[in-house]
Design a protein around this ligand. Structure first.
Ligand code: PMP
Length: 358
């Protein structure tokens, strides 16, 4: 029995975090708040996954380390399967990397940036140092180089394209940070398919680079929770040691393997999102008082004349759910909208036009 019958307290930094939650709720007729793919997988592909699941024993553990998925990913990325680890979403990969490399040490990341990266670094036991981006949301290379060259910095986290800004960092800026870093550099390429640029093959020459990828965005498989890390075998061995065994369940493994067989469908969907991104961006530019920022991801950051929570609620009244990102430094009155299907985008643009007039 604990003192006075009370539950023990969690670490203070965990108590301060609280559980992950989404302002505006989890669903809406037009759901554009989580950068998901607007299209579900065709019924035939789902049926194929269901058939495979029916033929597998559910009383047995799934294949260890998602072997077949690692092999398929290795082939599609052009690296050896020993350079790939699969995880339950790329968030799990980031947590494992922090735990393996940075527990009790320091993580450098950028602001504005992916807010969950801060929480995962804290949960993984690291101290966080945030380096501000330039005003155009590009990397401040001298400031970054100085921060990451400190021997106390065990891990540097960068997402490119960055979330919520949508900016893909210049390749030479990323390489400059990589050259200056003493610890591991984790490059999160969750949105790289929409930017058409990747540093995945640079892991061959850079032993301290780990690239994160996910099935949640371009692959349209957020429900299955599958992500992967590409890095040199020594780094992958550390990630796998830090992960609980059998982290990727049977359904996740089968779903990932199934969708990897449809690269043409994935690229056609990515191409549609890229076209729609351009159309939505131009339409936002034409809206009085609204300032959109150029994006290379599947979402657009925009500023409005009104407080972001007011715009969020007004859009919700029209059935449109976006993300309020105004809490981050430099993003006052900013929201982020996922590029959806053409119909969803039309509904969003129409709802926004009605919501930003005072
Ligand atoms: N990285 C970034 C930069 C993201 O924005 C997101 C999605 N919110 C993720 C990772 C999450 O990926 P996953 O679903 O693979 O955990």
């Amino acid at each position: 029995m604990s003192v006075l019958g009370q539950s023990p307290r969690a670490r203070p930094e965990i108590q301060a975090l609280g559980a992950y939650r989404l302002a505006g709720g989890e669903s809406a007729p037009v759901k554009l708040n989580q950068n998901e793919c607007p299209h579900d997988w065709p019924e035939e592909v789902k049926a194929e996954v269901a058939r495979r699941l029916l033929s597998r024993p559910w009383n047995r553990y799934p294949p260890l380390d998602g072997r077949a998925v690692r092999e398929a990913l290795g082939r599609s990325c052009g690296v050896d399967p020993e350079m790939v680890a699969v995880t339950s979403g790329s968030n799990e990969a980031l947590l494992a990397l922090v735990q393996a490399f940075a527990c009790g040490r320091r993580v450098v990341l950028v602001r504005p940036g992916y807010s969950l990266s801060v929480s995962l670094a804290v949960v993984g036991g690291a101290a966080v140092q945030a380096v501000p981006l330039r005003e155009d949301f590009g990397l401040d290379v001298p400031a970054m180089a100085q921060a990451v060259s400190d021997p106390d910095v065990a891990l540097t986290y960068l997402a490119s394209p960055n979330n919520p800004t949508g900016v893909a960092f210049a390749r030479e800026d990323l390489l400059a940070v990589l050259d200056a870093a003493r610890g591991l550099v984790v490059l999160d390429e969750a949105y790289a398919d929409f930017a058409g640029q990747s540093l995945v093959l640079a892991v061959r020459e850079h032993p301290h680079l780990a690239v994160l990828r996910t099935f949640s965005k371009a692959f349209g498989l957020a429900g299955a929770r599958v992500g992967w890390v590409v890095a040199r075998p020594e780094v992958i061995a550390a990630v796998r040691a830090a992960l609980p065994p059998y982290n990727l369940n049977l359904f996740a493994q089968e779903a990932a393997l199934a969708v990897l067989a449809y690269p043409d469908l994935v690229s056609a969907r990515v191409a549609q999102v890229v076209r729609e991104r351009q159309r939505v961006y131009r339409a936002l530019q034409r809206l009085d008082g609204v300032q959109p920022y150029p994006s290379q991801a599947n979402f657009i950051l925009f500023r409005t004349p009104l407080p972001a929570p007011v715009v969020l609620q007004r859009l919700l009244a029209h059935g449109v759910l976006v993300r309020d990102v105004s809490g981050q430094p430099g993003l006052e009155r900013c929201l982020r909208v996922t590029v959806g299907s053409p119909e969803e985008n039309d509904r969003f643009l129409d709802a926004l036009a009605r919501s930003v007039t005072p």
